[in-house]
Design a protein around this ligand. Structure first.
Ligand code: NAG
Ligand code: NAG
Length: 386
């Protein structure tokens, strides 16, 4: 998740490909299974890229309970975030979960993780990551491995040095090595259906040439899987790969992507028409060109208190349903172990509540996730804004 401003330069909203694995592939704009039947990704983002490098919420509930709630909310898939250094820094990857919390002085979590998820407290961080993927698999939940950032921590600031090729924490070669290792590690794990190559390329160094230099290279490395918002530049050049049927484009779209108060300042129908047109020009056109488009992040404050967000969401639901897109809600996470220095931060974007025990928070229609999911699953709901 990023904090975008409208005054972005070209690649601010560009993400990356999602590559789908056996048994999934693409057929024109659809993601299909090995029999050619359409698979609609209805995912939720689950963060595992923060400082502790452990899937959030495991101090609150057993992972199997969380996986079952994901299913009961109507999601069939998790966009599971990971920091590059989890796979490229062996001294990080080999820390046990206990050691990881000890080094961060987050001792209060250790006993709670041990109580709720005893099997992982003394295993390495990389093994704990694999264990969560397995637990999701046992519950028939598909997983997209999302390389969210390099250095563990909250993403995404334009100045966090994790943003674009050549940044302090974004060495392209190390990144490709990491993606290759991750793909190898999960090769044969059938519920892992794809990889998001890199979350929200951004920052002062961003440019189209380097995007074209490295994204296809990474896709080639992983496939034997680019992408938050403006993918319009692909229209001119296209992306040439030596394989086919595995490429899904990913874009992100939040209410604040269009400005913090845009939806308050103007008539919402007009704003929806405007941003809907912008969306079609920057990423929606890919569907018409015969590529699947995955909205890898969208979401609102589920408490319903942000009117700007609520209006955006009505518009978003209309566009996403009409185009019948694949998508991933930001976020599952009801509370973070630690974020921006706040221990136990309560995050109202979460589908889970603070205790990870209830799946619906707030009283608003938007926070009613099952009906929200139905809206997104329904093809023609409601009519697209003008
Ligand atoms: C690797 O991880 C360890 C443990 O977290 C950390 O101390 C070290 O600085 C990391 N090395 C690099 C190159 O990031
Ligand atoms: C979370 O759980 C604790 C302990 O069961 C309880 O005291 C607290 O009220 C709950 N908090 C919320 C916000 O549900």
């Amino acid at each position: 998740m990023g904090s975008f401003t409208t005054s972005s330069i070209l690649l601010l909203f560009i993400f990356s490909f999602v590559v789908t694995y056996f048994p999934l592939s693409t057929n024109s704009r659809w993601i299909v299974d090995d029999r050619g039947k359409r698979v609609k990704l209805a995912c939720v983002n689950w963060a595992s890229h923060m400082e502790p490098v452990l899937a959030e919420g495991l101090s609150k509930q057993p992972m199997d309970t969380i996986a079952k709630r994901i299913v009961s909310m109507g999601f069939n898939c998790v966009r599971f975030t990971w920091p590059l250094y989890l796979i490229t820094n062996d001294s990080l990857a080999s820390l046990t979960v206990r050691q990881s919390f000890q080094r961060l002085h987050l001792l209060e979590y250790i006993a709670r993780i041990e109580a709720n998820n005893p099997s992982i407290i003394d295993v390495s961080l990389i093994k704990a990551f694999q264990t969560v993927v397995s637990s999701l698999g046992e519950n028939k939940v598909m997983v997209i491995l999302d390389n969210h950032i390099s250095k563990p921590g909250w993403c995404c600031s334009n100045l966090d040095e994790n943003g674009f090729f050549g940044d302090k924490y974004f060495d392209p070669d190390l990144w490709i090595t990491g993606l290759t290792r991750m793909a190898t590690l999960f090769n044969g794990v059938t519920n892992v259906v794809g990889m998001s190559l890199r979350n929200e390329p951004r920052g002062p160094k961003q440019n189209v040439n380097d995007w074209y230099k490295y994204m296809p290279k990474a896709a080639e490395a992983v496939c034997h899987g680019l992408s938050p918002r403006d993918l319009s530049f692909i229209q001119d050049q296209g992306v040439k790969l030596t394989f086919s049927g595995k490429l899904v484009y990913e874009a992100h779209w939040y209410g604040f992507s269009d400005g913090q108060t845009t939806w308050l300042d103007d008539n919402p129908n007009e704003v929806c028409g405007r941003v809907g047109t912008y969306m079609m020009r920057t990423s929606g056109y890919l569907v018409d060109q015969g590529y699947p488009l995955f909205i890898g992040e969208f979401g609102i404050d589920q408490s319903g208190s942000n009117v700007n967000g609520n209006r955006y969401m009505s518009c978003f639901l209309g566009v996403a349903a009409e185009l019948d897109l694949d998508w991933a809600l930001w976020t599952l996470v009801g509370s973070y172990y630690t974020r921006a220095g706040v221990v136990g931060l309560n995050k109202h974007y979460g589908a889970m509540d603070y205790n990870w025990s209830r799946s619906i928070r707030g009283q608003t229609a938007q926070s009613d996730l099952p009906s929200f999911n139905r809206a997104l699953h329904h093809k023609n709901w409601p009519t697209r804004c003008a």
